[in-house]
Design a protein around this ligand. Sequence first.
Ligand code: ADP
Length: 680
Amino acid sequence: MAVLPIVRFEDEIVEIVERNTVIVIIGETGSGKSTQLSQILHRRGFTRSGAIAVTQPRRVAAVSVSRRVSQELGVHLGEEVGYAIRFEDRTSAKTCIKYLTDGVLLRESLSNPVLNQYSVIILDEAHERSLNTDILLGLMKRLIKMRSSNLKVLITSATLDGEKVSVFFSGCPVLNIPGTLFPVEKLYSTEHPKSYIESSLRTALDIHIREPPGDILIFMTGQDDIDKMVKKLEERIQNFEEGSCMDALVLPLHGSLPPEMQVRVFSPAPSNCRRIIVATNIAETSLTVDGVVYVIDPGYVKQRQYNPSTGMYSLDVVQISRVQADQRAGRAGRTRPGKCYRLYPSSIYQEEFLDATIPEIQRSSLAGTVLYLKSLDLPDIDILNFDFLDPPSRESLADALRQLYLIDAIGEDGMITNVGRTMSELPLEPSLSRTLIEANQLGCLSQALTVAAMLSAEITLRPVQSKDTKRKPQTNMLPDGSGWGDHIQLLQIYESWKCVDYDPDWCTEHNLQVRSMKFSRDVRKQLSQIMQKMAKGPIDAQSSANQRESQEYTTLRKALCRGYGNQLAERMLHHNGYRTLGIRSQLVQVHPSSVLEANEDGQLPDYVVYHELINTSRPFMRNVCAVDMAWVMPILKKLEKMDVNKLSGGFEPEKCEQPLQQPQAPIKEANERTTTGGSV
Ligand code: ADP
């Protein structure tokens, strides 16, 4: 194997780390930042006084890179080298190189604010500008003041503006690792294709037939498109006449691929076989796939954008930035000169693409982040003056404060409450942690834990279609939430699975992914362990007292109403649409995938809570549960009383500053848009 560029700079790296506390390291994707830096520092004695933490914005990268490093060092994963991602910890007392998501490091800093288990903290992939890495940058600034003599902080990036970070860290040194990138010829389309899937397919087949050996990497926007593309490619290639061209192996690559499938992209192609890798933007910088010579770049990415004035997420296919386009092209020139097929005109690249991607902090809901910062309780940290590399808009901060107030995490004066403090200990989004606390009070914690686990594991329900649903009872039908909605359905599904002793075949019969269901069971176990500390008795011994209560899931729905106090909606009088109850009311619909049922008069429940508002073809509430008016009223009273100026310590949030860059307009091709989105 060729020596990676970073390894050639070992002495320079060690010297600069010895002399400085914070260092920015810029190196091309694939130069070895993620896999080698930690090994170099370990080899050169930096783990004597603590472990090395390497953060990754993506779970899949933390797992994949740690696996690779453990192989390179010839040790078992989980021993000297391990990883920790939310709900999964594969480390031990022996671990001295630990890969973890940036979110997990933030959480660790809650229980150990000085993070003194680590001698080195590497914030990897900082160019991704994930929300959590941005918060960590601010926290590191504080931490080095407290531990300057025994902590080293390395910030690595493939593209980040090194100067900007250096200025942020009072002029820390920037080490540029020159890569060995071969020239990449960029070929532009004359116009935007009508369908980028069809156009990518044609281009890939064309390359496969005409061009010399070398793997092809195609960038798609998400799993659905990848699956379609893989299927189409396989069909077309199978129909080629035998011997007309070399063999081809089509491989998908995205974040939800099972580990055994992910590993396949790291194995070289069999001889006389071309690999065609169909990936999300995960292959842009997070995971380096070797052997790629041809890149097909349709110029799009799927991006979640949060609108703080409506509380609505949209998951849009938007144009990539110039930095992303260049990264994608770079993937073709790692081993020899390559070609990048840009399925858009060069004028679009020049005139329409933004310079860089908008940082996540400027397009996310900040409720969880603000609660986290408040729970740190540091006298010198005030949210409004927190040191952000790029600050979020004041409107976003005000929105977060309102949300937190409505679910009792902060008081009228904006100070964190005891409830808020307990919430911050749970690795869940605020609405779910608040639900668990309420459920504990009301005696339905066991059920609420199941719902939180099922939502966190992002269980996807794929209903089994039958032409004859009315007549034939379907043995493989899933429980239907008894009319109360999706949270109750998730609970019933899990309980049915439990009744068959967690039989994997039951999942398969019901079209549920065994892996996700097992994951939800794991998550539930972990959440139970955390909650057990505050529960009144053994959690799973709890049961509903009376028959009616258990059929109507009253206490659980009441707990959900409290937890989702900032995500309530009221049915419109004359039709089945809803309006959200909050500062700014929105007209929304129940998502078609919901199991919420209308009554005999054809009317949906008067009040519901929703897990998420998402704007696809229309504004929709996803994961909806019916609640009672009596539970909603106290929350509405609170809403009436709310004074945002007080909550925020008088910073006039209504005069909001705009984010540094305006969010991009989504691409308006209906067929390219999606109707799903993970929870925040
Ligand atoms: P960078 O962080 O600078 O982008 P990496 O350290 O991720 O670079 O990658 C360096 C090399 O290690 C690349 O050639 C890449 O293909 C290889 N590599 C990284 N992860 C794995 C893995 N899980 N399995 C096999 N090879 C890997």
